[in-house]
Design a protein. Structure first.
Length: 352
């Protein structure tokens, strides 16, 4: 629900988020006032109404009615379609949505905080029945941004909240499984590539935690020199990270790359040094991307269960759209589900 207000530069799109910011309240509170819900104090209602009047915000009744009647279209917000993980997730969500009569509009947010916020509060959401949302730039302090007036299913590990339905993957457990497997095959100097320095939440932080836990439980010394940061997780980042490790003089006998793209770059850097995989250095990735099995040698990796993520996300969202409990049972409370990961052993690691 968004309208235009005249301004010095011409028409300006006014969103519910703009009203919330001007009134100093949450987006959900603005929605409650707009929809004339009870239990909103007179003072709060007055603040919101004043902001609505000053900004020139009006409710798009036709869009609201269209959404109430269901358009049969849902949104999927992801950081980047060029990353195999998100491309595969998009394909699976589209496939699952088709099974229940829904079409999907995919919106790349391009690693932008503003892009992630725009997707949540943009006028186009009024034309969708609901949204599957995978942020990378938002964090725990942004939980209030998820207070939207349409069905929303959260993916990923940037925000953990009981306020909305959330489907997550086994990041800690998966990375721990990967590291433990390298230890079991005889590796003792295991590098980890792709760590985000200073990060406390998110896939990188959780996977690094799993790596640390596996070393500790196996009694293998943790070596800070084998921790290789990389803000981005593309192939070239894996090449740079591994070359930096070689140039520092810290040569590992195993590498846990925090995604398959990094692992591909790591493998290229190793082979350019005339070292053999896995005889000299074992490499294990994470995500089980479609290309991982076609690398040479084929990449051992962790499968996060993306098919189950897509299936659960679409099921929960469809049930919310239809006014039903999100999963089995009568409870309408927000659900949290963590999908199990599995180790896929190929040729980039030594045999047990």
């Amino acid at each position: 629900m968004v309208r235009k207000a005249a301004g010095k530069g011409g028409d300006h799109v006014v969103t519910m988020r703009d009203v919330a910011k001007a009134a100093g309240v949450s987006i959900k509170t603005v929605s409650n006032v707009v929809n004339d819900y009870e239990f909103v104090s007179d003072a709060t209602r007055e603040k919101v109404s004043k902001a609505i009047e000053e900004l020139g915000y009006t409710v798009n009744v036709s869009a609201r009615n269209l959404r109430t009647g269901q358009t049969g279209i849902i949104g999927l917000a992801i950081p980047d379609l060029q990353m195999p993980y998100f491309a595969q997730l998009s394909s699976l969500v589209i496939e699952e949505a088709k099974k229940v009569g829904l079409r999907v509009i995919v919106e790349p947010t391009l690693y932008s905080r503003e892009g992630e916020l725009d997707v949540l509060h943009d006028v186009r959401t009024t034309m969708l029945d609901g949204l599957i949302y995978s942020p990378l730039e938002l964090g725990p302090s942004d939980e209030g941004e998820l207070n939207v007036d349409y069905p929303l299913v959260l993916l990923g590990e940037r925000i953990f909240t009981k306020a909305v339905d959330h489907i997550a993957t086994e990041n800690v457990e998966g990375a721990k499984r990967a590291t433990s497997y390298l230890i079991q095959t005889g590796c003792r100097r295991i590098a980890v590539v792709g760590v985000h320095e200073g990060e406390d939440v998110g896939s990188a932080a959780l996977r690094f935690r799993g790596y640390r836990e596996a070393l500790e439980e196996a009694g293998v010394d943790f070596d800070e020199r084998l921790v290789v940061p990389s803000r981005m997780w593309h192939r070239i980042d894996g090449v740079h990270a591994m070359n930096g490790l070689f140039d520092s003089g810290s040569v590992p006998d195993g590498v846990v790359a925090l995604n398959d793209m990094l692992a591909s770059g790591v493998m290229h850097a190793i082979q350019m040094r005339d070292l053999r995989i896995p005889d000299d250095i074992s490499v294990i990735g994470f995500d089980n991307s479609d290309d991982s099995q076609y690398l040479s040698p084929a990449l051992t990796t962790i499968s996060p269960g993306l098919d189950a993520v897509a299936r659960l996300a679409v099921r929960v969202l469809k049930n919310r759209i239809d006014g039903r409990p999100p999963l089995d049972g009568d409870s309408t409370a927000p659900v949290f589900r963590k999908v199990s990961s599995t180790l896929v052993v190929r040729q980039s690691t030594r045999a047990m």
